[in-house]
Design a binder for this molecule. Structure first.
Ligand SMILES: Nc1ncnc2c1ncn2[C@@H]1O[C@H](COP(=O)(O)OP(=O)(O)OP(=O)(O)O)[C@@H](O)[C@H]1O
Length: 270
């Protein structure tokens, strides 16, 4: 269970997140929605500690995330993988090496410094690429791939970290509708098949409704809606998005059917 208790973040005199309290049970697929500037990215980044809260606490099980530093903080970041709008791959490296980067926290320091990957690590990375139908791209430079392919590589890299949670910050914001569906289906698969918690910032309400079990609506740094997608009425949605309602309430592709939800550890990739 991920628990945020009265978490706030200020940038100079601007309050980005204001007194957010939330409990997210393991295995949830949560969508964080709201208009631009509502505080969605800051909220996610605080969980991963890319941004430190100004006040409040974040706990995951018995770990007090807000107090971690050094190796303990690095370990935490390995347990909650981030996925970004701009993929954050190393463009000049091949796809397989990019995915192997996700194994860095799993291998002894000496080997990780020398980038000496075991056969097992390579097999895990290749199996992750296969999951998302991009194993044939393993030897290509990451920067030669389309946006949708790059985001699937980033998701494969996150998966081989064997995380407890994946935090996805607008993962489809720069993708076309077909790739949007492919990437959202990949996140859904990770959630359903491996039981990994997914918290995903989304601008499109249709997408959030289609994929998430629970929506958290933010406005001016506060949580103003927290519930199942079907509880979010059109009126509440219009309030949430204000002038952006037209764009945010547009139609989005439907997810794959939610079948075959077998829990399995990420290590079971091979
Ligand atoms: N590093 C920063 N320095 C100063 N202000 C910031 C910083 N990061 C965020 N903010 C401000 O905090 C508020 C919340 O920003 P945040 O990026 O969390 O919102 P968001 O809902 O993710 O928006 P978007 O959908 O546009 O990414 C905004 O007013 C933003 O300008």
């Amino acid at each position: 269970m991920l628990v945020l208790d009265d978490v706030s973040r200020q940038f100079n005199n601007k309050t980005a997140v204001a007194g957010v309290s939330l409990s997210i049970p393991a295995g949830s697929f949560v969508g964080v929605i709201g208009r631009s500037g509502a505080g969605k990215s800051t909220l996610l980044r605080m969980v991963n500690r890319l941004v430190d809260p100004t006040s409040g606490s974040i706990r995951f099980g018995d770990v007090d995330v807000t107090r971690l530093d050094g190796k303990a903080l690095r370990d935490w970041r390995a347990r909650c993988a981030m996925i970004f709008q701009q993929f954050n791959l190393v463009g000049r490296l091949d796809v397989l090496t990019n995915v192997l980067m996700g194994r860095l926290s799993k291998v002894p320091t000496a080997r990780s410094l020398l980038r000496l990957w075991s056969e097992e690590d390579r097999a895990i990375a290749l199996a992750a690429l296969e999951q998302f139908d991009i194993a044939q791209l393993a030897a290509q430079r990451a920067d030669s791939l389309s946006g949708g392919q790059q985001q699937r590589v980033a998701i494969a890299r996150a998966l081989v970290q064997e995380p407890d949670a994946i935090l996805a910050d607008e993962p489809i914001a720069s993708l076309d509708p077909r790739n949007t569906k492919v990437v959202m289906d990949a996140l859904l698969r990770i959630n359903r098949h491996y039981g990994i918690t997914v918290v995903c910032n989304l601008h499109s309400l249709d997408l959030a409704r289609g994929y998430c079990d629970r929506l958290i609506g933010m406005s001016a740094g506060r949580v103003v809606f927290d519930g199942a997608p079907q509880m979010l009425t059109e009126d509440v949605a219009r309030d949430l998005y204000g002038l952006e309602a037209g764009e945010a309430l547009g139609h989005a592709p439907a997810p794959e059917p939610r079948a075959g939800l077998i829990g399995a550890p990420a290590a079971a990739l091979i």
